[in-house]
Design a protein around this ligand. Structure first.
Ligand SMILES: [Zn+2]
Length: 290
């Protein structure tokens, strides 16, 4: 009798013990980019082990996976793709799936409205009608991505349902706070344009009523004529900083900055610590961080 009561007590007090038991395998998850690795770790916590295909500092528009990554990929139960048309996924995902056909594929962009380039302009003729892939840089879209990741984790590891749900709620709450913070910081900048070298920040800009003016498109280096037109633009619009990502050469940005007396500011669209990174972007735009 006594041992029965003990068993009941155990069940009552530890119904949510969902960490993997000793020796139990973690769910191996592969993802394309670091911010998504951060999302998966926040939702999956102790139950998952995450591998990122595009390592820190590598360019997601051109990176090719290393052989040992392909080996680890073949052990993954879940692959989280951004799903918005990143070059790496367009050229590699089919191959990755053929290496591991059992792997469950989560499309993190499911339910997210993509931004397509304007139909006018020679630049867009070059890039065709492909969507802008950088969806994760809007915190509201990131919330949706986190929900998609939660659903996929539950799909492959139903035992963690409550754990994943709770974690995703917590993280979405943090993203909501981040969104409020950025909104407040940028409220006086509505309608203003910021200049970036690589066009990664359009979803972010749109969310907060700003405009992104990008120097390059499709990773091509600038022609002298493009450079001059950007310098003219920057002068006319009082551009005082030019954002560069660490994955790209900052040389042309420095040329433009030198001509118009602006600063070159480095910010990483692929930082893993998503919340801190976007808050920093807002602080820099608001003008109180170098
Ligand atoms: Zn990019």
């Amino acid at each position: 009798m006594r041992s029965n009561i003990f068993a009941i007590l155990l069940v009552c007090f530890f119904p949510l013990t969902v960490y993997p038991q000793k020796g139990e395998e973690k769910v191996k998850v592969s993802v394309t980019i670091l911010p998504v690795a951060g999302f998966v770790e926040n939702v999956g916590g102790e139950r998952v082990e995450v591998m990122v295909m595009i390592p820190p500092g590598a360019n997601p528009h051109t990176y090719e996976p290393a052989p040992e990554q392909l080996k680890r990929l073949s052990e993954s139960r879940l692959y989280v793709k951004v799903g918005s048309g990143i070059e790496f996924e367009l050229s590699w995902l089919d191959k990755l799936i053929s290496l591991n056909p059992q792997m469950y594929i989560c499309d993190a962009s499911r339910g997210i409205e993509l931004i397509y380039p304007d139909s006018a302009g020679s630049k867009c003729e070059r890039c065709g009608r492909r969507a802008d892939p950088h969806i994760w840089l809007s915190p509201l879209k990131a919330m949706k991505m986190v929900e998609n990741i939660r659903d996929a984790l539950i799909e492959v590891d139903g035992g963690g349902r409550e754990y994943y749900s709770r974690n995703s709620e917590d993280y979405i709450e943090r993203l909501r706070k981040l969104h409020k913070y950025i909104k407040k910081r940028l409220k006086d900048l509505k309608g203003e344009t910021f200049m970036v070298f690589h066009p990664a920040w359009k979803y972010f800009a749109r969310e907060y009523g700003l405009k992104e003016k990008a120097a390059e498109s499709e990773g091509k280096s600038l022609t002298p004529a493009e450079l001059i037109s950007l310098i003219t633009y920057a002068k006319k619009n009082g551009i005082d900083k030019i954002f560069v990502s660490p994955q790209f050469n900052r040389k042309s940005a420095e040329v433009i900055a030198g001509e118009v007396n602006a600063r070159v500011v480095s910010i990483d669209p692929l930082a893993k610590d998503y919340i801190e990174n976007l808050a920093e972007m807002a602080d820099i735009l608001a003008g109180d961080r170098k």
